[in-house]
Write a protein that binds this ligand. Structure first.
Ligand code: UT7
Length: 324
């Protein structure tokens, strides 16, 4: 018997405030046209004053629990993928646990920046497959607006806030790739490439949270190749190919990266979930947000073969193949 980690619920939360590209024309030397054509972003959401990563993660988790028809105490494990925690510690996951009113289970955070959700999902899958956990909440939640340098036009226009969550549950599978659930994963990192995307502050250096710094065009050159390779490696591990893919659910950083990766994989754009125009880059939240929107729009249906892929600071990158 093979234990599969099957998605049984999905949900998301976006802050009320929508910030159009025109907002940045007043702050820096940029234009709506430049932002749209270079990144595909039209608007993003910014958290309200006092609204935190754990608040957004909790709202997304509540929506996913409702979708799964479960109560908080049905959950054994909470993993939050985030690089923008409320506090240095405790983990956002334990804060979410508390805000959900959970009296059992355990939680921890995973930090792999924009690839965080893929890393979190892989960890949750391992804990389920090994029989240690039956039901997990896997959340991506970020308040990147709080680490943006609003005088740096190369970065401040690209990111947004939000959260998405999945409930995944242990179910019996046959071991074949026709099973529902997570079928394979591929994770990578290369610390030699750290200067391409980092935050210039932290606890053991400046004691301040710092601001996001990015060599966007250097990272762009790495992205399409690495994302295609990791997606195809994950598919191969599951005994599948690009032709088997119903939906690519990519990290939403830049429409040109999304299009380039789909093209290299030979998957047409009408089989790619795209939310970057509405959310901007929400780092670890972007994949679960896209999954939730894709399901709500009726695109993602039970039995569909999905490949999620992401790259971000570290550099860290990876992919997860799952049957919805
Ligand atoms: O989620 C983590 C992973 N992140 C990514 O994958 C992001 C990857 N990178 C990108 O998405 C793109 O590289 C960007 C959207 C960041 C930039 O697009 P680009 O086509 O690579 O532009 P560039 O950085 O090469 O800059 C082109 C020009 C430069 O001016 P010069 O030197 O040609 O005169 C920039 O100074 O555009 C200028 N520029 C801007 N102009 C107007 C940079 N930012 C802006 C801006 N508005 N906001």
């Amino acid at each position: 018997m093979t234990i599969r980690a099957v998605v049984t619920g999905v949900g998301h939360y976006l802050p009320e405030r929508v910030v159009p590209n025109s907002h940045f024309e007043e702050l820096v030397d940029t234009s709506d046209e430049w932002i749209r054509t270079r990144s595909g972003i039209e608007r993003r959401h910014f958290a309200a004053e006092g609204e935190t990563t754990s608040h957004m993660g909790t709202s997304a988790a509540k929506a996913a629990l409702k979708d799964a028809g479960l109560e908080p105490d049905d959950i054994d494990l909470v993993i939050v993928a985030t690089s923008t925690p409320d506090l240095t510690f405790p983990s956002v996951a334990t804060m979410v646990q508390n805000q959900l009113g959970m009296s059992r289970g355990f939680g921890f955070d995973v930090q792999a920046v924009c690839a965080g959700f893929v890393f979190a999902l892989t960890n949750a899958n391992a804990l389920i497959a090994s029989g240690q956990v039956k039901r997990a909440l896997v959340i991506g939640a970020e308040t990147f607006s709080r680490i943006l340098d609003m005088t740096d036009r190369a970065t401040c226009v690209l990111f947004g806030d939000g959260a998405g969550a999945l409930v995944i549950e242990a179910q019996e599978g046959t071991g074949k790739n026709s099973d529902r659930g997570i079928l394979s994963a591929d994770l990578n990192s290369d610390g030699r490439l750290r200067d391409m995307l980092y935050v210039d502050g932290g606890v053991s250096t400046t004691q301040k949270s710092g601001h996001l710094r990015m060599q966007g065009n250097q990272l762009f050159r790495q992205a399409v190749g690495k994302l295609t390779e990791t997606a195809e490696t994950a598919l191969e591990k599951a005994g599948l190919t690009d032709d088997d893919v119903d939906w690519i659910v990519p990290h939403q950083a830049n429409i040109r990266i999304i299009q380039g990766t789909a093209k290299k994989m030979g998957v047409p754009m009408d089989r790619v979930i795209v939310t970057v125009q509405d959310h901007g880059n929400t780092s670890a939240a972007s994949i679960p947000l896209a999954l939730s929107v894709g399901k709500a729009e009726g695109k993602i249906n039970e039995g569909d073969l999905l490949v999620t892929e992401a790259i971000g600071g570290g550099l860290a990158w990876g992919a997860v193949v799952l049957r919805w």
